[in-house]
Design a protein around this ligand. Structure first.
Ligand SMILES: Nc1nc2c(ncn2[C@@H]2O[C@H](COP(=O)(O)OP(=O)(O)OP(=O)(O)O)[C@@H](O)[C@H]2O)c(=O)[nH]1
Ligand SMILES: [Mg+2]
Length: 393
């Protein structure tokens, strides 16, 4: 289920413009009985004080405490989502939202609902998504050291290195968006990685994203965040959505280093005053074989993304415009054939010695490497072609 199939109520059944609220404040909630009432009250006050018509939706994620009842009593519309996870809770909340705009914030009093008018003003001014930036205004005790100086900078840094979103605080939980961008965002993730997914999808869909500094307060009640499990979920999401960084870059680096090491051994070039020999050749060969394998997997992952997930990658598009199946077959077949010829040369040397002592380990490693790499390229080219059989674009 995603925001395409489960888009907001406002888009499925447009209410007439007189009754439709402008703003839906959506609050995900898992066992936040200490703070949920105050959050709902603060959200309603912020709407009333700024003259915005609105509703407050609490997406209760199977709380075992009194959260759902307290939220309802405080005036929220409570939707129940039994499937656990921050993303699941938000998907359920979005599906119930009637507003033209959606404002998102946690149920733990870390975010100040007084910012709602500012978020709305940014949307009114043309933004499609607005994301708070907590980084310069974190109150003492609001964010553990590990998240402030390791988790957030590393994950936000990786996200921007991979996807160039320019978002400064990619995990900020206070955001706002136009309900009508939900189908373009097509959000699907169920856990905390939902926060990253939204930022990445917004960048890929070229939405107008704006940010402004907000304050981050210490939490009331117990945190639901698990540093390592949730951190890993974010990182995993970034990696599997960027085959270039997961496969192509490390694969190319390994293949290059391996080919270089093997080349230096074969050419008998001195490195740091020593001639590298068989061990360096074996290491180089290993790196080259693994590197080519990883590169081939990366190309297949790119092909899958392009053909089946509507991804747009100019680099991959250029590659597939330039290289056809036959190019791959010729390259792979040619390299494997070189390896076979080299094997024949070794056999010739052996025959010359009357099939006696033979010590052509270097040539043998080289021949085996060429045959392996050639066969990998040959069959990977077929696999790439198979992936593109039913392509539409
Ligand atoms: N982690 C988590 N949060 C959920 C879930 N369902 C709803 N939530 C709500 O999502 C919001 C975010 O969770 P938090 O525990 O505040 O996570 P966080 O804001 O990253 O971490 P803190 O800085 O400790 O608050 C809270 O309002 C939770 O109650 C769930 O299954 N897991
Ligand atoms: Mg929180």
């Amino acid at each position: 289920m995603s925001t395409v199939e489960r888009t907001s109520a406002a888009l499925r059944e447009p209410a007439d413009s007189d009754t439709r609220p402008r703003v839906s404040v959506v609050i995900p909630c898992l066992d936040e009985a200490n703070t949920i009432e105050e959050c709902v009250g603060a959200a309603r006050r912020a709407l009333a004080e700024s003259g915005l018509s609105g509703e407050v939706i609490v997406a209760d994620n199977g709380s075992e405490d009194d959260s759902a009842r307290l939220a309802e009593a405080a005036g929220a519309h409570v939707v129940h989502e039994p499937r656990r996870g921050y993303g699941s809770a938000y998907l359920a909340g979005f599906a119930a939202a009637q507003g033209e705009y959606i404002v998102m914030a946690d149920a733990d009093l870390t975010y100040d609902f007084g910012y709602i008018p500012r978020f709305v003003a940014e949307l009114d001014a043309g933004a499609e998504i607005v994301i708070g930036d907590r980084m310069d205004n974190i109150h003492p005790g609001a964010m553990p050291w590990l998240h402030r100086y390791v988790g957030n900078p590393v994950l936000t840094g990786a996200l921007n290195a991979f996807f160039r979103t320019g978002v400064k605080d990619a995990h900020c939980g206070m955001r706002a968006l136009r309900a009508d961008v939900l189908p373009r965002l097509d959000l699907r993730t169920t856990g905390m990685e939902f926060a990253s997914e939204m930022v990445i999808r917004a960048a890929k869909a070229e939405l107008e994203v704006r940010q402004f500094p907000i304050e981050y307060h210490p939490r009331g009640g117990e945190s639901k965040l698990s540093s390592f499990r949730d951190g890993w979920r974010h990182l995993r999401f970034l990696l599997v959505h960027s085959p270039t960084h997961l496969f192509i870059v490390p694969g190319a680096a390994m293949a290059f280093a391996g080919a270089l090491a093997a080349g230096l051994v074969i050419a008998r070039v001195d490195v740091f005053g020593r001639t590298w020999d068989l061990h360096a050749l074996i290491a180089g060969s290993l790196a080259l074989i693994v590197g080519v394998q990883v590169l081939a997997l990366g190309l297949c992952a790119h092909a899958y993304g392009t053909y089946f997930m509507g991804e747009k990658d100019p680099w991959f598009d250029r590659m597939r415009a330039r290289f056809k199946l036959e190019h791959g077959l010729l390259l792979g077949g040619g390299i494997a054939l070189d390896g076979v010829i080299l094997g024949g040369v070794i056999l010739g040397i052996w025959a010359n010695r009357g099939f006696g002592e033979l010590s052509e380990e270097r040539l043998a490693v080289l021949a085996a490497t060429l045959i392996i790499v050639g066969i990998q390229i040959f069959f990977s080219s077929f696999l790439l072609s198979i992936l593109g059989l039913r392509r539409r674009g």
